[in-house]
Design a protein around this ligand. Structure first.
Ligand code: GLN
Length: 501
């Protein structure tokens, strides 16, 4: 019974819970058992909140038993939360030693919305420190293993949130995407990950990496599940000044429409600059197969050119460190978490704490950003990068006059072995080649499983949409998912090897 419940989708679990076929407590317990059985091998979680999860599930059961309508379509369904959102009842570390032992005094808006929706929060997931990284190897608390091959990374920075899905520890999770941290782990684990339009999901209580790029979003094993979660967490929040004050796109309806499989009349832009040279052969093959499949569904494929995308990586790795160098100044040993009491002055205590509390990648970016912003260099680095950002937004705007959505492979390669790139920052950064333009432009994008490469590992198809154009993206994603499932005899994720303890 337990094992079966963890194999169901969030939508299926919700139906069973709301019809009182199973209780929310049974569902929570099944997932907690699964975590206990496999997380020693996967290490997706930094904190498991067993008791709180069961209590919250019991409240959902009591209210359903009393005949009250479910608080949301996902009431009673378990979820894993990236450890970068504040939780008043659980530690929040952002994967950093500097926040070890910190208990936030408040819930992030995303956390609060999950609770209000009756979703069971199972715990907090592992991530690269302050969301900087593409492998989860930069976590201060150990690496997360990819359930497809425990010797490989699950991607990052949200590797824990993606691995929890692929290991059947949770049917839903939340990630954040600053340069690809939802989409790249989704691609590496054969799951679905969505980066909403910037401002679509509140950043209140999301520990900042780069504030002009950060965006929380839903992760799941199916497009419909992601859509259901999207509608729970999205929407205007007066506590976030960059939150968009307009209706949330109807993504659930779009996903249901897409699942019927017809894409006639939809124009899919194939980005000329992405998916060619430099991409693993198996990734390219899967991408070509995906394009053929979209065409067969009735979509009209149009080639579009985004000539400035090639400067995206360079611009991002100036803008992000610049914002990081400012945002992380708040970790001063006085207000949160770690404090190394070494030295006579406040400055010495700060320096000693930051020396011990930050890992090498975080230090690298603080130094890079401080340099890029310094007087005499600002115009040459930060200023230039901002101009590139504008040019990339214009590339998107032009492309979206010709196409409703754009596509590319999500990543240049499949999941790489643990240890392969951790000492080579440039090789690590190249993971983000195809995902970064979307963050720079503030538009929306998702990764859906597009098959297995010749190495037997999952490949992701990236679908990009204009700002607030999520409905089209979910429609195409769901149609593609349905076609793939039909062609390969069920969802790809069912083929993930059983994790051995
Ligand atoms: N891998 C990218 C980086 O290291 C993206 C991180 C993210 O999206 N948070 O910055």
């Amino acid at each position: 019974m337990s094992a079966d419940l963890t194999r169901l989708t969030a939508a299926e679990l919700a139906t069973k819970i709301h019809s009182r076929d199973v209780s929310a407590v049974e569902v929570a317990q099944a997932h907690l058992d699964r975590i206990a059985a496999v997380d020693g091998s996967v290490h997706a979680f930094l904190h498991v909140a067993g008791e709180a999860a069961l209590e919250s599930a019991a409240l959902v059961d009591a209210s359903l038993d009393a005949g009250t309508a479910p608080a949301s379509p996902l009431a009673g369904v378990p979820l894993a939360l990236k450890d970068v959102f504040t939780t008043s009842d659980m530690p929040t570390t952002a994967g950093s030693r500097i926040l070890e032992g910190w208990r936030p005094p408040y819930d992030a808006t995303v956390t609060a919305r999950l609770r209000a929706a009756g979703i069971t929060i199972l715990g907090k997931t592992n991530m690269d420190e302050f969301a900087m990284g593409s492998s989860t190897e930069h976590s201060a608390y150990g690496v997360t293993h990819n359930p497809w091959d425990l010797g490989r990374v699950p991607g990052g920075s949200g590797g824990g949130s993606a691995a929890a899905l692929a290991a059947y520890e949770a049917p839903l999770s939340i990630g954040t995407d600053t340069g690809g941290s939802i989409r790249q782990p989704a691609a590496f684990t054969g799951t679905v990950g969505v980066k909403p339009t910037y401002g679509g999901v509140s950043r209140y209580g999301l520990i900042a990496c780069a504030s002009s790029l950060d965006q929380g979003g839903p992760c799941a094993r199916t497009v419909l599940d992601a859509a259901l979660l999207h509608e729970v967490i999205a929407g205007h929040d007066p506590l976030d000044s960059t939150s968009i004050d307009s209706p949330v796109p109807g993504v659930v309806e779009a996903a249901r429409l897409g699942a019927t499989g017809d894409l006639s009349g939809v124009r899919v832009g194939v980005v000329k600059e992405l998916g060619g040279e430099g991409y693993q052969a198996g990734v390219r093959a899967s991408y070509e197969d995906a394009l053929a499949r979209l065409e067969k569904l009735g979509a009209e494929l149009v080639e579009v050119s985004c000539p400035h995308f090639e400067y995206g990586l360079a611009a991002y790795y100036l803008i992000l460190p610049s914002e990081v160098s400012s945002n992380l100044a708040r970790f001063d040993a006085m207000r949160y978490g770690l404090r190394v009491d070494k030295g006579a002055s406040a400055e010495e205590v700060m320096a000693a704490t930051r020396e011990v509390g930050f890992g090498p990648e975080v230090k690298r970016r603080i130094i890079l950003g401080t340099y890029a912003l310094s007087s005499g260099y600002y115009d040459a680095y930060y200023g230039q990068a901002q101009k590139v950002r504008t040019l990339i937004s214009r590339d998107f705007a032009a492309a979206f006059t010709k196409a409703d959505v754009l596509v590319s492979p999500t990543t240049p390669t499949t999941a790489f072995p643990i240890g392969d790139k951790v000492d080579d920052p440039l090789a690590m950064y190249l993971n983000d080649l195809a995902t970064i333009p979307t963050n720079l432009a503030g538009t929306a994008a998702m990764s859906v499983p597009s098959g297995l490469a010749d190495d037997g590992l999952p490949v992701g198809l990236q679908i990009m949409a204009p700002a607030l154009g999520e409905a089209a993206m979910y429609r195409v994603g769901a149609a593609f998912e349905a076609a793939r499932n039909a062609a390969q005899d069920g969802p790809l994720i069912h083929r993930v090897p059983e994790v051995t303890a």
